[in-house]
Design a protein around this ligand. Structure first.
Ligand code: BEZ
Length: 210
């Protein structure tokens, strides 16, 4: 069964560069990003892990815990981590799972018609309720855009807190949309500054702060 948005993210126990982790305990009421890498000592993965390490303060600010995964042995992670620091100028500062393939299979990260052993580049964003909020899949040869992952997390957190959705190409600080589930009566309380009603279903408000 594929894991779909809205499903509880399956729990697992994993060996990582920061010791054994039980995934649901790791989440512990935070937001989480679980992302896979096709293989250690590969060029695209090396750049992605270095960049994600540089973004650690941005993930921290949003209350997001980051967890990488590679189907490789734990002893191989240490040498690769040194290469990441040397070439990307940032040391790994989040746990990297040494998977035997079982977590990759649990999360459908191996797409056999692409490659029967390497994972694709999966990203799962998981909420404090342990439910999957977002899944993205890229082929092995295309590095992901982790600024986009942060942008989506900003959108998800705004929806969770303020019942607003974000329009096409939205960036932090731009106007947002009142979700259809909020009636005009409720919107008057939530958005006392009012909104721009282009259509009854398209109500624009400045991005709520806080
Ligand atoms: C890479 O990380 O560079 C990579 C991994 C597998 C296939 C292609 C590229």
């Amino acid at each position: 069964m594929p894991i779909l948005i809205g499903d509880i993210a399956p729990d697992f126990t994993a060996q990582t560069t920061e010791g054994e982790i039980r995934f649901h305990d790791f989440i512990d009421g935070s937001w989480a990003v679980l992302f896979s890498h096709p293989k250690n000592y590969t060029p695209v993965c090396t750049t992605e892990l270095g960049y994600t390490a540089k973004l650690k303060p941005d993930f921290d600010k949003r209350g997001v815990k980051v967890l990488g995964l590679s189907v490789d042995k734990i002893e191989d992670h240490a040498g690769w981590a040194r290469d990441i620091e040397e070439t990307q100028g940032a040391a790994l500062n989040f746990p990297l799972i040494a998977d035997d393939g079982s977590i990759a299979r649990l999360y459908d990260m191996i797409h056999p018609n692409a490659n029967d052993t390497l994972t694709v580049r999966s990203v799962f964003v998981i909420g404090p309720d342990k439910k999957v909020k977002l899944k993205i899949e890229y082929p092995a040869s295309t590095g992901r855009n982790f600024d986009e992952v942060l942008r989506v997390i900003d959108s998800l957190q705004l929806t969770a807190k303020h019942q607003v959705a974000t329009p096409v190409n939205w960036k932090h600080g731009e106007d947002v949309i009142i979700v259809p589930a909020v009636t005009n009566e409720q919107a008057k309380d939530k958005f006392p500054g009012g909104w721009n009603e282009l259509k009854p279903y398209l109500r624009i408000v400045p991005q709520p702060q806080g």
